[in-house]
Design a binder for this molecule. Sequence first.
Ligand code: NAD
Length: 415
Amino acid sequence: MESQNLFQIVQKHLCSCTQELDITPRIETLLRMPMRELHVALPICMDDGSMKAFQGFRVQYNDARGPTKGGIRFHPGQTIDTVRALAALMTWKCALHNLPLGGAKGGIICNPKELSTVELEKLSRAFIRSIFPVIGPDNDIPAPDVYTNPQVMAWMMDEYSRCVMKTSFGAITGKPLAIGGSEGRLDATARGGWFAIAEAARGLGLNLDGATVAIQGFGNAGSNAASLGRSLFGCRIVAVSDSRGGIYRREGLDPAEVARHKDQSGSVTGLPGSDPIDNEELLELGVDILVPAALENVVTDRNAGHVKAKVLAELANAPVTPEADEILASQGTHVIPDILCNGGGVIVSYLEMVQNFSMDQWTEEDVHARLAARMQAACRAVEGLTRTYGTSPRRAAYTIAVKRVVEAMQTRGWL
Ligand code: NAD
């Protein structure tokens, strides 16, 4: 297969539902184009006194339904097309979950593992100084993504506040609790994902108590998915991994023990009492539920035929290529699409914004209840359309989302 970049892949998913929606080529052209892109150079004085220039991007894909929203990723493999793709996904995700928000994404080409804390802070602040004219609580609100965390969001919120000369909590989400963060934000992506998995399991007659689970990625999404899967449903987490490799234990891993080991050693690998496994093998384990929670394009036409899981829950963005999607469908694997499965993160980011705007702080129970209500509404809508038209959950999810965006564009007089 000719290699495709992530933006082309995401556009393929869009294309499959625009045919269903009978969208004119003119509208489709607009849906396929990011509304605005900012490319910035970020010169940083490194700890050794040398100067290094990093490249950063902010892509605002579509704001028809509201201010754009999306995370900031720090990764050495970042490209403008990856950021465009993730911004498009945010547009469809926010629409599917009926949030009054459009989609955006940001990224810096860097390896945060090679930066000191001082360099990381300088880079985070420099990025915000460069993009601050196009972001803000009314137009575009960043959040964490791969290799960014609440501390990075704290520096970014602080830098934005300095730029506009007033404390502006609502400009960034995923912040620590002490400075306008929300209860429930840290595990929101995983908690929302488990809500979607539980709905799918109910439909498939799969008992989650004792169900086996393999999770790729042990960061925010993956580590919380492991602990919530065990604590909420009694699942047996048999395998987890990170960028260095994975571990397997047939009787089930204790996610808290894995987290402690990772904190001490820097990786999940080498946990006493576990067997080593690589990231490829993890995807092909004979488990009930497979959760890719790291990076994109990990299930392709090469390995999809070897996936044995009954349910594949896309906690990562775009882990499955369109070709792999077809193979998985033909072998009966139930795929919960990313824009549905990992929407919990942006839902609670939205709830964080609402609390910031209203100068309020809700309890964890309150946030969980609101997250559950929104996940339930989206899951039911996708399930309804999947049944009615005999289509895949991904196509159903895209159809609902794109229809809402097109309706907003039409109502605003853009089309
Ligand atoms: P994170 O930085 O907290 O964790 C990323 C994890 O992936 C780490 O454990 C890292 O070691 C692992 N990893 C990196 N490269 C890998 C590789 N090649 N093979 C296996 N593992 C690898 O990031 P995160 O926030 O957990 O994001 C993970 C995924 O979830 C991304 O696709 C992200 O876009 C998506 N997502 C995150 C959120 C959120 O709120 N954090 C919301 C929606 C979607």
